[in-house]
Design a protein around this ligand. Structure first.
Ligand SMILES: NC(=O)c1ccc[n+]([C@@H]2O[C@H](COP(=O)([O-])OP(=O)(O)OC[C@H]3O[C@@H](n4cnc5c(N)ncnc54)[C@H](O)[C@@H]3O)[C@@H](O)[C@H]2O)c1
Length: 264
């Protein structure tokens, strides 16, 4: 068993399903202490190395309470993985209601914003200062953030208006965070998955097989001009998340897991 993350405290949002569940399993294999946040009711059992906390990431008070529970139990946080997300149904701007936009921004953008705002102060409170100067500078290693974006964060032709906006916003916030905190020893990277074989459409109020997708948006995005390649598995993205969490010199990176969709 690899022990890269032995006894490291890792928060994972959206941990009950899909990519979040796969990520929690990989960190657990490496000996991490897992704080699994999800809007779903958690299983009753908890253990010394895993706590499950019911938390709607779009609600700042719930996020702050959940993060406090983690610090109260383990005293510190080492890694934050913002995985929780919901999809739209491929609606164009004129078919996107304000409520739908707010809901999707709430989970996909404000969720990671609230989590990072609550967690970064705990990273910064750890001991460790910049050593040396110029080319010989050594940065402290205080904490790692991995945010789950999407091909919809870097292309306009991957989802509807709301989801595309939320993931573009998350990419921008991630880049800014990576740079603003790099001298403090806080890293922030993103994964950019293509289609993943999960039930995100069903879990987001649509049909599991895409039967509720907006026909106009779908025809535009998935029509004859479409370059959408094969789906990936949740473990593919989970592997990239764990890699980025442990890659001490990698900051502000975007790792695509999409069979080349991003460069098509
Ligand atoms: N599935 C895809 O094709 C795909 C593609 C690119 C990016 N992504 C991104 O990957 C991430 C994971 O998606 P997935 O495919 O594993 O989806 P999923 O539906 O399988 O899992 C998402 C998890 O997030 C939880 N969740 C939803 N709303 C929440 C909230 N408000 N607070 C806390 N938890 C909440 C759900 O209960 C679920 O356990 C998302 O950010 C998604 O946008 C997915």
């Amino acid at each position: 068993m690899a022990t890269t993350f032995k006894d490291k405290v890792v928060i994972i949002t959206g941990a009950s399903n899909g990519v979040g569940a796969a990520t929690a399993a990989l960190f657990a294999e490496q000996g991490a202490k897992i704080a699994a946040f999800d809007i779903r009711d958690p299983p009753a059992a908890t253990s010394d190395s895993k706590i499950e906390i019911k938390c709607d990431v779009s609600k700042e008070d719930e996020v702050n309470t959940a993060v406090k529970q983690v610090v109260d139990k383990w005293g510190t946080i080492d890694v934050l993985c913002n995985v929780a997300g919901i999809a739209d149904q491929f609606q164009r701007l004129t078919d996107t209601t304000n409520d739908a936009l707010n809901t999707i921004m709430g989970v996909n953008f404000f969720g990671p914003f609230y989590l990072m705002k609550a967690v970064i102060p705990h990273f910064l409170a750890k001991p460790g200062e910049v050593q040396g100067e110029g080319y010989m500078t050594q940065l402290p290693k205080k904490g790692a953030i991995v945010n789950v974006c999407s091909v919809a964060a870097v292309r306009g032709a991957a989802a509807g208006a709301a989801y595309t906006s939320s993931k573009h916003a998350l990419l921008g916030l991630s880049r800014n965070t990576a740079w603003m905190y790099h001298r403090d020893g806080v890293r922030c990277n993103v994964v950019v998955p293509g289609g993943i074989l999960t039930n995100i459409m069903g879990n987001s109020g649509g049909g599991a097989r895409g039967e509720h997708l907006d026909p106009v948006g779908r025809a535009i995005l998935q029509g004859p001009q479409s370059v959408i390649p094969a789906v990936t598995m949740p473990a593919d993205t989970a592997n990239a998340i764990v890699f980025l969490a442990g890659a001490d010199s990698v900051n502000g990176a975007e790792v695509s897991i999409d069979h080349g969709w991003t460069v098509a």
